[in-house]
Design a protein around this ligand. Structure first.
Ligand code: SF4
Ligand code: SF4
Length: 341
């Protein structure tokens, strides 16, 4: 889609409910809603509004495009002839409102996984093509966030169609793609004033300042030669193998496929479970917590960058916040800096 330079407009807090209602009239609109553990993306209903104080949602945008469980297709045999029934995706969101830059970037990292020809996942691709992502820049990054270290930015634009920056009294709204422009223009919002543009810059500067430091994620060469390092013997010791980190990670995307009652299902799975690699023969190449933790980290910070040129982590910090054993990815990565064989 051909891009044109974006002109920023201003959306006041008072106008926001009407803008959401108007968006929902034009097509299914989902909104980042809730706070803390119960937050995620849900379909718009009258009265639902964006909570700009809430911070990133606990549940990620990933589950809108890769649901936790879904039917891939149905099948039956009629008069001895097998028939397939393709899945008909329902409740496709057209607009997703309040997407944090790290979540949009995570989708951009997953696109080549699900859409690399000739293996295009039709369900993923259909949802992606239908969606307009309206982003919400982070003016107050959380204590576990480290997006700049992972190559992102609290006001990053990658993967978004529109970026909204919270400023006093409202939002600076900048369309980034033709799709974003098609969503923004009918709203008839006034052009942003110079002081509002300056306020948005100040928001960005403050957010970046809070995120200084972070964690080393550029570890591909180090890890490539450190597979047998003794550090792996210790790194996993606190891990309970609960897989919460992978389920909440916006870039983890492993799933299992099974058949039930004439339907083929796909359900989220995790490399942190012992059965994930269990073969039908009974052989299991990853029997220990050490091997599973190593696989999770090697995949994100060595194998994925080898294939795609950047790590499969956006520094959202969710795995840090959710881990019941206080395994902090940032400190794990610090330790991994030295695993070179
Ligand atoms: S959330 Fe923590 S304890 Fe659970 S699998 Fe991940 S690292 Fe291990
Ligand atoms: S590994 Fe942790 S910090 Fe990185 S994207 Fe996944 S949940 Fe976020």
């Amino acid at each position: 889609m051909k891009e044109r330079p974006a002109m920023a407009v201003f959306l006041s807090c008072d106008q926001l409910p009407a803008v959401l209602a108007a968006s929902a009239e034009r097509g299914p609109t989902w909104v980042a809603a809730g706070r803390g553990e119960d937050s995620g993306f849900i379909p718009y209903r009258p009265g639902l509004c964006l909570d700009r104080e809430a911070g990133p949602t606990r549940r990620t945008l990933k589950e809108v495009f890769l649901p936790r469980a879904e039917v891939l297709f149905g099948y039956e045999t009629v008069d001895g002839v097998p028939r397939l029934h393709p899945a008909a995706p329902s409740d496709l969101p057209r607009v997703i409102f309040g997407v944090r830059p790290c979540d949009a970037r995570a989708l951009a990292l997953l696109d080549p996984v699900f859409e690399e020809p000739p293996h295009v996942d039709g369900l993923w691709a259909g949802r992606r093509q239908a969606a307009t992502l309206v982003g919400l820049g982070c003016d107050r990054p959380g204590p576990a966030c480290f997006c700049p270290a992972a190559g992102g930015d609290p006001l990053g634009e990658e993967g978004l169609d529109v970026l909204m920056v919270p400023v006093d009294g409202g939002y600076l709204v900048r369309p980034l793609t033709e799709r974003g422009r098609a969503w923004t223009e009918p709203l008839g919002l006034p052009p942003a004033r110079p002081e509002q543009l300056a306020a948005a810059e100040a928001v960005a500067d403050r957010a970046r300042e809070r995120l200084a430091g972070g964690a080393p994620v550029d570890l591909q060469a180090t890890l490539a030669s450190g597979f047998e390092h003794s550090l792996w013997d210790r790194l996993h010791e606190r891990c309970l193998g609960c897989a919460a980190c992978t389920y909440l990670c916006p870039t983890c995307h492993c799933f299992d496929v099974g058949d039930e009652d004439g339907r083929r299902w796909r359900r989220w799975d995790s490399c942190m479970f012992p059965t994930f690699t269990l073969h039908a023969s009974g052989h299991n190449p990853r029997t220990s917590g050490k091997e599973r933790m190593r696989q999770r980290l090697m995949h994100k910070f060595c194998y994925y960058p080898e294939r795609r040129g950047r790590p499969a982590c956006v520094g959202c910090g969710r795995c840090v916040e959710i881990c019941p054993a206080n395994v902090d990815l940032r400190s794990v990565l610090e330790q991994l800096k030295g695993v070179r064989a």
